[in-house]
Design a protein around this ligand. Structure first.
Ligand code: IPM
Ligand code: MG
Length: 356
């Protein structure tokens, strides 16, 4: 298997936070990690150079790579483009072309950050949830889609569609994760209204027969959104579709103090994946050296664990993050109270190296 890692810094704060992750990779290489870094363009960065958000070269390099580390895509600069040529399309197309159906988002509260959350400490202390989001189906990709014009009145339409194989594939991953944790899985849907959700629920129930040790529950998305802020610790593993997963993962991220803390892995059946922070490109703070690089750095840890099977280095990175938080060093988004010192993106990256 190749040992190439494809680096896609992307847009906005993407390149800045990626620099900090690369510093860590360089140190890992000195400690014996055998990887070769390749670089390519995606999103607005690719549009500016090639006129398209996902050049063929990037797709080919991604197909050849063992894993992909991605910063962020998008920004106001490209919002004027039509929906088919926006930076986000590049990311969606890449997910689809690599068959990355499974998106794993760990919602984990570092105890040092419990004051940075907008929720009461007792509601969130010890929080540790995994969201398993289906990533290449549902309303994001369903056909037909488009715009129409009926006698001068414009309309836009999308199709939400899932077949049972897609649901079973993501369900199976979620059950496997649940069985190795607290053996509780909550499937989130809108089965009181949507046919796709009714099928979703049926398939999840049929899988439950194969995983008798796992306690499966179901929740409607509107209720789940409310329960996540009311009593988040009732959840352990959550499985849900593409659109609901997109929305509740941002909500859940905020429970941990800042969306700047949340990494993610998007995987296919062979364990190949894109590892990226859940936050976006944050164009308002891009280039200011103030963005939080921790979600990017924690995404690197996920890459080491899930694609390179190097648990040791992954744990070292996670421990380094925890140590730096112990030292009360923070970027402004997780600053919290007066005891902490606010430092820059680069300084935080350097501190992680020091703690490594
Ligand atoms: C995410 C992002 C993407 C998504 C965007 C950038 C297309 O919000 O990864 O959650 O909607 O999947
Ligand atoms: Mg999102």
């Amino acid at each position: 298997m190749t040992n190439e890692i494809l680096i896609l810094p992307g847009d906005g704060i993407g390149p800045e936070i990626m620099n900090e992750a690369i510093k860590i990779i360089d140190v890992c290489k000195k400690k014996g990690l055998e990887v070769i870094l390749r670089y390519a363009k995606i999103g607005g960065d690719a549009i500016d150079t090639f006129g398209v958000p996902l050049p063929n070269e990037t797709i080919n390099m991604a197909k050849n790579a063992r894993a992909i580390l991605l910063g962020a895509v998008g920004g106001a600069k490209w919002d004027c483009l039509d929906i088919y040529n926006r930076p986000e399309k590049g990311l969606l197309k890449l997910r689809k072309s690599l068959n990355l159906f499974c998106n794993i988002r760990p919602i984990f509260l570092y105890k040092q950050l419990s004051e940075a959350s907008s929720l009461k400490i007792e509601v969130i202390s010890g929080l540790n949830i995994i969201i398993v989001r289906e990533l290449i189906g549902g309303i994001y990709f369903g056909q037909p889609r488009g715009f129409n014009n009926y006698s001068g009145i414009r309309c836009g339409y999308n199709t939400c569609i899932y077949d049972e194989t897609q649901i079973r594939n993501i369900g199976r991953v979620a059950f496997e994760i649940a069985i190795n944790r607290k053996k509780r899985l909550c499937s989130i849907d809108k089965a009181n209204v949507l046919e796709t959700s009714m099928l979703w629920r049926e398939v999840m129930c049929s899988l439950a027969y194969e995983y008798k040790d796992v306690e499966l529950s179901h929740m409607y998305i509107d209720n789940a959104a409310m329960q996540l802020v009311r009593e988040p610790k009732q959840f352990d593993v959550i499985v849900t579709d593409n659109m609901f997963g997109d929305i509740i993962s941002d909500e859940a991220a905020m429970l941990t103090g800042s969306i700047g803390m949340l990494p993610s892995a998007s995987l296919n059946n062979e364990g190949k994946g894109i590892f990226e922070p859940c936050h976006g490109s944050a164009p308002d703070i891009a280039g200011k050296n103030i963005a939080n690089p921790l979600a990017m750095i924690l995404s690197l840890a996920m890459m080491l664990r899930y694609s390179l099977f190097n648990t040791k280095l992954a744990e070292r990175i996670e421990n380094a993050v925890s140590n730096v938080l112990d030292w009360n060093l923070r970027t402004y988004d997780i600053a919290g109270d007066f005891k902490t010192r606010i430092i820059s993106t680069k300084e935080l990256g350097n501190m992680i190296l020091e703690a490594f």
